[in-house]
Design a protein around this ligand. Structure first.
Ligand code: 2DE
Ligand code: MG
Ligand code: MG
Ligand code: MG
Ligand code: MG
Length: 313
C-alpha cells in the first residue's frame, strides 16, 4: 500500500517545485533525482494515508532536502545520493537559494493544510534544524577549564542530535497522527517513535561515517572528523583516552591530528558503543508504538526501526 504511494511522491514534489525559472528548477529539483531513502515520508504514510498526509509526506521531504542542500554547503561536501553535490555542481549561492526555495514551497504547502497545530510543528522543525546545526558548530559543551569527557558531553551531543535529525522525524510523525484525528495517546506514541528512531538514525549515520566507504554511502566518508566534529564514536572513544582528549581539545588543528584521532577511534570500542546506543533507541522506538493495533502499517514501522541498524548508507 505504502509502496504505491511512494511512487507518486517524487513526481508530486517536483510539481511543487515548478517555478518558471529554468535554472532555479534545475537546482531545486536536483536532489529529487538521486536515490533518497524517503524515511520521513515513509513514516508519515505508515501512520495513515489521507490526502492531507500525502501532502505532509511531501512537506517532510521538502524540508529534509532543503536541509541537505544547506548541509552540503556548510560541510563543503562533494557528493550526495551518489551524485556530485548541488554545491559542487551549481555553486554555493545556487545551492543555498535552492534550499530557501524549497523551504518557501514547503511553507506554502503547509499553509494549504489549514491546520495551525501541524503548521506550528513543522515550522518549529525548521527552527530546530538550524539550532541543531548551530550547536554542532560549537561542537562540544566542554568547559575550557575542564577538558575531560563528562556526562554533559554526551548529553549535549544527544540534544544536538535531537534538534538536527530527530525533530523532523518525531514532529512529522506527531503531525501525521494529528491529521488522522488520532487520540492524544496515539499522537504521543507516534512522536516518541519518531524521536527514538531519529536519534538511532543519526547515531548510525555518525557510525557509518567511520565505517563505510564514500562509494557505498553516496556521500563523503570520514567527513565528520575532517570537519573537526566530535560525534558519538569519538565521544565514547574519548571517555577512556587522554590522547584523544588532547586532540579534541585542540580541535584536531595540528597536522596529522585527524588521522591519529581516526586511528584511536577505530582501535577503541566507540563504534560498538555507538551501535549499542542506537540499538537501545530502536528498541525504545518499537516499544513506543506497542499500543498501536496490529496492522500492516505497524509491522512496517517496526521493520523500519530494525532496518535502521542494518543500513549501509
Ligand atoms: C545532517 O547531518 C544535517 C542535518 C541538519 C542540517 C541543518 C541545517 C540548517 P550530516 P550527512 C544545515 C538549515 C536548515 C534548513 C534549511 C531547514 O551528518 O552525513 O552532515 O548526510 O548529514 O551529510
Ligand atoms: Mg536521507
Ligand atoms: Mg553533511
Ligand atoms: Mg552536517
Ligand atoms: Mg553524517
Amino acid at each position: 500500500m505504502v509502496a504505491k504511494e511512494m511512487k507518486f511522491l517524487t513526481g508530486n514534489i517536483r510539481q511543487l517545485l515548478g517555478s518558471g525559472h529554468p535554472s532555479l528548477d534545475t537546482v531545486a529539483k536536483y536532489y529529487t533525482q538521486g536515490e533518497g531513502k524517503h524515511v520521513r515520508p515513509l513514516i508519515v504514510l505508515l501512520i495513515d494515508i489521507l490526502p492531507s498526509q500525502r501532502r505532509l509526506a511531501e512537506i517532510t521531504e521538502l524540508i529534509h532536502t532543503a536541509s541537505l542542500l544547506h548541509d552540503d554547503v556548510i560541510d563543503h561536501s562533494v557528493s550526495r545520493r551518489g551524485n556530485p553535490s548541488a554545491n559542487l555542481e551549481f555553486g554555493n549561492k545556487m545551492a543555498v537559494l535552492a534550499g530557501d526555495f524549497l523551504l518557501g514551497r514547503a511553507s506554502v504547502a503547509l499553509a494549504r493544510l489549514r491546520d495551525p497545530e501541524v503548521t506550528e510543528l513543522l515550522a518549529t522543525v525548521i527552527a530546530n534544524l538550524v539550532e541543531g546545526e548551530f550547536m554542532q558548530l560549537k561542537n562540544t559543551a566542554r568547559d575550557e577549564k575542564n577538558p575531560v569527557w563528562t556526562k554533559e558531553t554526551i548529553t549535549y551531543y544527544l540534544q544536538k542530535t535531537y534538534l538536527k535529525s530527530a525533530s523532523l522525524i518525531s514532529k512529522s510523525a506527531r503531525a501525521a497522527a494529528l491529521l488522522g484525528g488520532s487520540d492524544t495517546a496515539t499522537v504521543d506514541a507516534a512522536y516518541l517513535y519518531g524521536k527514538n528512531l531519529g536519534l538511532a538514525f543519526q547515531l548510525v549515520d555518525d557510525m557509518l561515517d567511520y565505517t563505510v566507504t564514500a562509494e557505498e554511502l553516496g556521500k563523503p566518508a570520514g567527513a565528520d572528523l575532517e570537519l573537526g566534529l566530535a560525534t558519538a564514536p569519538l565521544l565514547f572513544a574519548w571517555e577512556n583516552n587522554k590522547e584523544l582528549g588532547a586532540l579534541v581539545g585542540r580541535k584536531f588543528e595540528k597536522e596529522g591530528d585527524v588521522a591519529r584521532a581516526r586511528e584511536l577511534v577505530l582501535q577503541s570500542n566507540g563504534l560498538e558503543q555507538t551501535r549499542a546506543l542506537a540499538e537501545e533507541y530502536v528498541n525504545q522506538a518499537i516499544a513506543s508504538i506497542e499500543m498501536f493495533p496490529e496492522s500492516e502499517a505497524k509491522a512496517g514501522l517496526i521493520e523500519m526501526a530494525h532496518k535502521t541498524l542494518k543500513r549501509r548508507n
